[in-house]
Design a protein. Structure first.
Length: 434
RNA sequence: GCCCCCAUCGUCUAGCGGCCUAGGACACCACCCUCUCAAGGUGGCGGCACGGGUUCAAAUCCCGUUGGGGGUACCA
């Protein structure tokens, strides 16, 4: 009884113009299992009408999956090109008396007797009594096949062995099983109905009120491996408690039987935290490339050359959790004048020691070697002369030069800004103070 | 309404009858480190929905209650 059949999975999205987070997770789980078992993953595009068959919508699916790192085997299957198969199946069903015409549509006859059940990997045995399943349409009056029919025909025809999909499809499963059997199949694929991804109201993620597009997270600066890693954690967990890890390891550990049955809330905070982990682990060059578009989107951005960008990356790398945050962390380095945050000014520059400290630093900075090391030493000494620890001493300088109380390491920032510009900003602050 | 499913810290999860005075992660709080902020380190807060069984023993098995969700289209 050892079936050595190679698992064959499929991901079957409808081209809606964007990949839904839930769909992305479904794609990922299919992919994980296929790769884990050395099986195959078929990409089946459910472009069942002319509007959905538009090339740009389908390309969007390819691009989204590729971004996430999900590949598939063979050419994508397009349902729009398989109508002849569906029509054949419908004719056969009608011929066999399993389906009948009703107001121009064709319905599959379910009847009231018996039940259909299957052993779901995630949910155990699920049973539907036929008396609760209505006769359902398999061909619309316009001649097109419905989802149920196409689904059953394709899974059979493509030799799909494992159906991994969202829980919102459990109720269609008995229909698909009935069709499959009516079409002559004696076997059933393995079914695994994944728990839904829900919002903070515990409702299924909806396009209307939730940010469900994979692309929108990408735009905000979630990087692909972080997203894939996080998605893998929704409904599944590694046996060793190591959550953030390379996808290759997740492929190795992943099992359908380990998937949870209960809905998982999409937690942007956790996603963001994981994203920060990945950002910190990037090389300077890779991170520089990754934030380039975000820099360029700033008014001051396009002028920043690659060399400068790379120098600045270490300053923001452990401070940015989202790529989109990157420009705001180092922008002051590229302004003609720092944008002074008034709250910061009020907090720091109104202290008695602010002006004396700036005075001291102007003198001290005049003829030191312009390195972060010497700047550090000079600032420390200037502060001590005023009875200030470094923490207090550096504050006015920071506000004068960066415009804020918080930011990247001050002395590295000063080093990058250069002596002339740094002193110019400090002078400007002194002028404002006196 | 009817059908189906779900139920461990606020959230994601580990647990698959004894290793559990329930482990990890995110979030939160405190402390340490420290030029600010981060990052990092240490510690803390916090949970098996409830009620019955079964068993020597239940977070783990069964039943019920309650709560939540999904589906109820000639959409997919």
């Amino acid at each position: 009884m050892t079936d050595q059949v190679v698992p064959r999975l499929r991901f079957a999205p409808a081209p809606t113009g964007f990949l839904h987070l839930g769909s992305a997770r479904t794609a990922l789980f299919n992919w994980l299992y296929a790769r884990h078992t050395g099986g195959e993953l078929v990409l089946r595009v459910e472009d069942t009408n002319a509007e959905l068959a538009r090339p740009e919508l389908i390309d969007n699916i390819y691009e989204s999956l590729e971004w996430l790192g999900i590949d598939w085997d063979g050419e994508p299957v397009r349902q729009s090109q398989r109508d002849h198969l569906y029509q054949e199946a419908i004719d056969r069903l009608v011929g066999d008396g399993r389906a009948y015409e009703d107001d121009g549509a064709i319905r599959f006859r379910v009847g009231d007797a018996g039940s259909t059940s299957w052993d779901d990997v995630v949910r155990g045995t699920v049973t539907f009594e036929h008396e609760h399943v209505e006769d359902f349409v398999i061909r619309r009056s316009d001649g097109s096949a419905t989802f149920f029919l196409a689904n059953a025909v394709d899974d059979l025809d493509l030799g799909i062995t494992h159906v991994v999909r969202g829980e919102d499809l459990v109720n269609v499963t008995p229909k698909v099983i009935m069709l499959r059997r009516a079409l002559g199949a004696t076997d059933l694929p393995v079914f695994a109905h994944l728990p839904l991804i829900v919002n903070d109201k515990r409702k299924k993620l909806s396009k209307r009120r939730d940010d469900v597009s994979l692309a929108s997270y990408r735009e905000r600066g979630i990087i692909a491996p972080a997203m894939a890693n996080y998605l893998a954690l929704l409904g599944w967990g590694p046996p060793d408690d190591v959550e953030v890890r390379p996808m290759s390891e997740i492929v190795e550990l992943f099992e359908l039987t380990d998937i949870n049955a209960s809905a998982a809330m999409f937690d942007l905070k956790k996603l963001t935290a994981i994203n920060g982990d990945y950002i910190r682990a990037m090389s300077v060059d890779d991170l520089a490339d990754a934030i380039r578009p975000y820099i360029d989107a700033e008014p001051w951005g396009p002028g920043v050359d690659d060399e400068s960008l790379r120098r600045v990356v270490p300053l923001l790398q452990e401070r940015a959790k989202l790529l989109e945050e990157a420009p705001g962390i180092v922008d002051f380095l590229f302004f003609d004048d720092p944008e002074i945050d008034e709250a910061s000014w009020q907090k720091i520059m109104t202290t008695e020691t602010a002006l004396p400290m700036l005075d001291a630093v102007v003198t001290a900075y005049a003829d030191i070697e312009w390195t972060s090391h010497d700047l550090h030493a000079a600032t420390l000494a200037a502060g001590e002369a005023l009875g200030l620890k470094l923490g207090k001493a550096q504050a006015p300088v920071r506000v004068a030069v960066t415009g804020r109380t918080v930011g990247p390491p001050l002395f590295e920032s000063l080093e990058m800004l250069g002596r002339d510009e740094s002193l110019r900003r400090i002078e400007a602050a002194r002028t404002r103070l006196t």
